[in-house]
Design a protein around this ligand. Structure first.
Ligand SMILES: Nc1ncnc2c1ncn2[C@@H]1O[C@H](COP(=O)(O)OP(=O)(O)OP(=O)(O)O)[C@@H](O)[C@H]1O
Length: 608
């Protein structure tokens, strides 16, 4: 365990951010320190030559290998278990405060009403999957998991929106893999026995699940999660991403691939090699960070991936996940989903967690570096991500901090993939607890114990805007932990000021004096209008709520994990009949007016 993993929750010690030498806050006391108050450890320099010798690309790590003779379930493998799930001493989540997560309102829409599970035990998971969940240290499902697990089990397309760090990855991996694990032999493509693969036997990869994500590091991270949930199943995960070694990635695919996680460019590249990869067997297509993937910049890639499967119409379930979802992109998203898709939203779309303390400090542009050093020197050392808006600033800041003897590393899109993986690894391991990066890591990246996010530059409204702010600060305060997000605000940040102020108000953060002028006239928090994704535009959300009633949780329980086609209740009828529970289309839906909701959609709010 790294020293940086010991204080699982520094929350109690979360400091008030002191004014820095760079602030203009009136009456600010500018205590300038010339040295850090704690021990940051040694500054380190990456030796890339040494690393070049190292062939351990992140995609080449071990996965559970099925030798095909154990029936549906492979034997336990204690050594691999320790590799996948880590030191048992650090598995159990400590310091997690689920109270804030559990109080968030959950809204669901669509023709079908989903009954949330109350515990993993009630989810009808295969005992081996339940054990994998337990090995991960998950005791209780998060709200998004409570809804997504039964919805996916029942076979619906899904649009799921929940705050950063709220467990969206497991919300789709667990039910999808659970559903497929009993059917792997029937559905999966033939593959060489591991001993034959070692002797060079190869097949074409024909995955059952494809997960598409917008960033390479995120693909690697989700692959690592998939490795855990595939443990002892017959399902073999692979990852492909740009910049990584093509030869190794192809080699891995050709040993058999059931779950493929990829960044779009490399995925398309490989799809063009018909003897290497075919999407003809795909049953589930998951688009993570879906609002980013549906962005116009990705349109071509996105359409190629969605259209490249030769699957029968209606045979693929589509799942879209994100923490943010601007209205226009939500409207586009629905065109990719079946009419009877289910939509689940936890809290306001794009809202931040109360667990993240947000501080905004006014800084003169020319004083930012000084302000940063003041800030770092005045707080206890803590694993920290520093976001900047340009590659040049990332390089400069890395140098600057390094010259101050602080242990930092940095990443941006001009770095080689080897450098990117090294930097990420050094930060994850706590070797370099300061990580300077551009927005390339704003989304999805989950590093244990990130206590502080600093926006050295606030996101530009033309590049990411308030959504990027939400994703960036969401690298801390994950899954019930507490974190601090400090942003340097300069005169140039005026365009984001209004949305930023409302975002602060929503979670009861202190509004600094210089932002007071941007407060809306009506300060009633329930009436805040986030123009970029007004929920009013979502028909079906206003009235017609189904009576949530009591006893919601647990109703999806009971039936056992997949034996053949009977458990899905697949609404498209493509995996047999089932037990969708007789939720006929409600007659009171409002749907309709060309906007977001599916026909006759209705919604229900459930306060947890
Ligand atoms: N039920 C659970 N109990 C405890 N920890 C969990 C649970 N579900 C997920 N986690 C952990 O919570 C962390 C955040 O999960 P995840 O990365 O899936 O969040 P996310 O909602 O996808 O966030 P983002 O929007 O930033 O991508 C991970 O470390 C994951 O292992």
């Amino acid at each position: 365990m790294s020293a940086w993993d010991k204080n699982d929750d520094l929350k109690a010690a979360l400091p008030e951010v002191p004014p820095t030498n760079g602030t203009q806050a009136e009456g600010a006391v500018t205590e300038v320190r010339s040295a850090p108050i704690g021990d940051w450890g040694k500054k380190t320099e990456n030796n890339y030559d040494e690393n070049l010798e190292d062939t351990s690309w992140e995609g080449n790590v071990r996965v559970y290998e099925w030798d095909g003779e154990e029936g549906d379930l492979g034997p336990e493998h204690p050594e691999l278990e320790a590799v996948l799930f880590g030191d048992p001493a650090t598995r159990d989540p400590q310091g997690i405060d689920f109270s804030k997560i559990d109080n968030i309102t959950v809204t669901q829409e669509g023709l079908q009403r989903i009954h949330p599970i109350s515990s993993f035990k009630d989810a009808g998971l295969h005992p081996a999957m339940l054990r994998n969940v337990d090995l991960c240290g998950y005791k209780t499902p998060t709200p998004i998991q409570r809804y997504c697990i039964p919805a996916i089990k029942m076979g619906y397309d899904l649009l799921a929106i929940a705050q950063t760090g709220s467990g969206k990855t497991a919300a789709y991996l667990v039910p999808i893999l659970n559903h497929l694990m009993g059917k792997a032999k029937k559905l999966a493509a033939p593959r060489p026995h591991p001993s034959e693969a070692a002797a060079g036997a190869r097949v074409r990869a024909e995955p059952l699940v494809v997960v598409v994500v917008p960033a390479r590091e995120l693909a690697i991270q989700i692959f690592n999660e998939a490795r855990k949930f595939c443990y002892r199943t017959m399902l073999r995960p692979c990852v492909v991403y740009g910049g990584g070694p093509m030869r190794d990635q192809i080699d891995n695919l050709q040993r058999g691939c059931d779950i493929l996680i990829g960044s779009p460019g490399r995925l398309i590249n490989l799809m063009e090699k018909a003897d290497i990869l075919s999407l003809r067997r795909v049953k589930y297509m998951v688009i993570d960070e879906a609002d980013e993937m549906l962005h116009a910049d990705w349109e071509e890639e996105f359409n190629k991936i969605l259209g490249g499967g030769e699957q029968e119409e209606g045979n693929v379930k589509y799942m879209l996940f994100s923490a943010t979802f601007p209205t226009a992109i939500r409207n586009l998203a629905k065109t990719h989903l079946a009419e009877n898709y289910v939509r689940v939203r936890v809290g306001r779309i794009g809202s931040t967690h109360e667990n993240i303390k947000q501080d905004i400090i006014f800084v003169e542009q020319s004083m930012k570096k000084q302000a940063l050093i003041d800030l770092l020197y005045s707080l206890e050392p803590a694993r920290t991500i520093i976001f900047v808006n340009s590659k040049r600033t990332a390089d400069e800041l890395d140098d600057f901090l390094f010259n101050k003897e602080l242990p930092c590393t940095s990443m941006h899109s001009d770095r080689t993939q080897r450098e990117r993986e090294d930097a990420m690894r050094a930060f994850r391991l706590g070797k370099t607890p300061l990580f300077v990066t551009t927005g390339v890591t704003a989304r999805g990246i989950d590093v244990r114990n990130v206590m502080h996010v600093i926006n050295f530059d606030l996101p530009n409204m033309d590049h990411g805007g308030i959504q990027e702010y939400v994703h960036r600060i969401g690298r801390t305060g994950r899954i019930g932990h507490h974190g601090l997000a400090t942003s340097f605000y300069t005169e140039r940040d005026e365009p984001i000021a209004k949305l930023l102020t409302m975002t602060l108000m929503e979670t009861g953060q202190a509004i600094p004096e210089f932002l007071e002028q941007y407060k809306p006239e009506d300060t009633d928090i329930s009436k805040l209008k986030f123009e970029y994704n007004t929920d009013e535009e979502d028909p079906g959300e206003s009235g017609d709520a189904w009576d949530a009633g009591a006893g919601e949780a647990g109703e999806a329980s009971g039936d056992s994990w997949g034996t053949g086609g009977g458990d899905s209740g697949a609404p498209n009828g493509n995996e047999g009949g089932g037990d969708s529970g007789g939720w006929g289309a409600p007659t009171n839906g409002s749907g309709g007016n060309g906007g977001w909701a599916a026909p006759a959609a209705s919604s229900v709010e459930v306060a947890w």
